[in-house]
Design a protein around this ligand. Structure first.
Ligand SMILES: *Cc1c(COP(=O)(O)O)cnc(C)c1O
Length: 335
């Protein structure tokens, strides 16, 4: 893939009117465990509550004038990002979803001005409709992670990090399709080759981890997780994000559901932060002692805060959480 630092600088210019430059704040509590400065990059303060606006806005704003609208089939933060960016550019957005998607997610994306098209019983059928809009009706289909413009948009976080703290030693990045980790790893290593970049994901259904081990994109069984934004595959025909993560990540660390649960409590009670399970994996790896010795200061990307508040209330109250076929045993904080 021919990504360059110039692409990431161009992305920053393109999205500067719509995506926020986010704060990098210390966590005095996590610093004690890390024995070095531990900083939180607060992407939760983006207008859609997650970093995905960066990549979505870069891809949407780069489209030519003749495009009819934009489409995707993401039910999560990418769908929100596309909806928000399309509205900012005055373009129609159609987000395709299956009938199984919870109403709250449908409402969230509609509230951002996108049309939600409910098609079929599975994500595959929703994907097929999104493809059809692209092929037959002149819409641009934008992937959540396997698109050079999306990757360059997410990479703008890397530029900000090194401007905010040129002395940064390590970056911890929640990892799913790898657009975020690939973009940040590329940007930071171009500027500072000896920085350590670690991808972190849950230990069940870790698609990028399994793919890198296998040497090619592989399918994994999708399971429920507190880090629901990290679910899903990387695509068997992955073109960009697989190679970037393979070539630029120093390590991938896997965390358990219990470790994510505990880290969400710590972010809430100690840092006073409400965030998704996906955002807490950096702290989870640190607290579980899985990070090993890495150079400081350390920055953890707190990627989003679009979570089910019922589940969140259970977690901070120390109650059991049922997810599909598993139950995460409740653990009151401080007990
Ligand atoms: C999408 C997402 C991620 C992972 O990003 P990828 O580019 O798919 O690796 C992490 N956290 C949140 C909150 C997300 O929405």
């Amino acid at each position: 893939m021919s990504l360059s630092l110039a692409d990431i600088l161009a992305a920053r210019r393109r999205i500067s009117g719509v995506a926020a430059k986010t704060p990098l704040v210390p966590s005095p509590f996590l610093e004690k465990t890390a024995e070095t400065e531990f900083l939180l990059k607060l992407e939760i303060v983006q207008p859609i509550g997650a970093f995905k606006l960066r990549g979505a806005a870069n891809a949407v704003f780069a489209l030519g004038r003749d495009v009819k609208g934009v489409t995707c089939c993401s039910t999560g933060n990418h769908g929100r990002g596309i909806a928000y960016a399309a509205r900012a550019r005055g373009l129609q957005a159609v987000v395709c979803m299956s009938r199984l998607v919870p109403q709250a997610k449908v409402d969230g994306i509609r509230a951002l001005g996108a049309e939600v098209r409910i098609v079929g019983e599975s994500q595959d059928e929703a994907q097929a409709e999104s493809r059809r809009l692209a092929k037959e009706e002149g819409f641009a289909e934008i992937s959540p992670f396997d698109d050079p413009l999306v990757i360059a948009g997410q990479g703008t976080i890397g530029l900000e990090l090194l401007e905010q703290r040129p002395d940064l030693g390590t970056v911890l990045i929640p990892l799913s399709g790898g657009g975020l980790a690939g973009g940040i790893a590329f940007a930071t290593k171009r500027i500072k080759p000896d920085i350590r970049v670690v991808g972190i994901t849950m230990d069940r259904g870790a698609a990028m981890y399994e793919s890198i081990r296998a040497g090619r994109p592989v399918e994994v069984r999708e399971v429920e997780s507190l880090a629901d934004s990290l679910g899903g595959g990387i695509g068997l025909h992955n073109q960009h994000s697989f190679a970037l993560c393979r070539d630029y990540l120093d390590d991938i660390v896997l965390v358990t559901e219990e470790e994510i649960y505990r880290a969400m409590q710590v972010h809430y009670f100690e840092d006073r932060i409400v965030c998704e399970g996906a955002s807490a994996v950096g702290a989870a790896a640190l607290l579980a002692g899985k990070l090993g010795k890495v150079p400081g200061p350390i920055a953890s990307i707190v990627t989003g805060r679009n979570l089910d508040m019922g589940v969140f209330t259970d977690i901070i109250s120390g109650r059991d959480v049922r997810l599909g076929d598993i139950t995460i045993k409740g653990m009151p904080y401080g007990a």
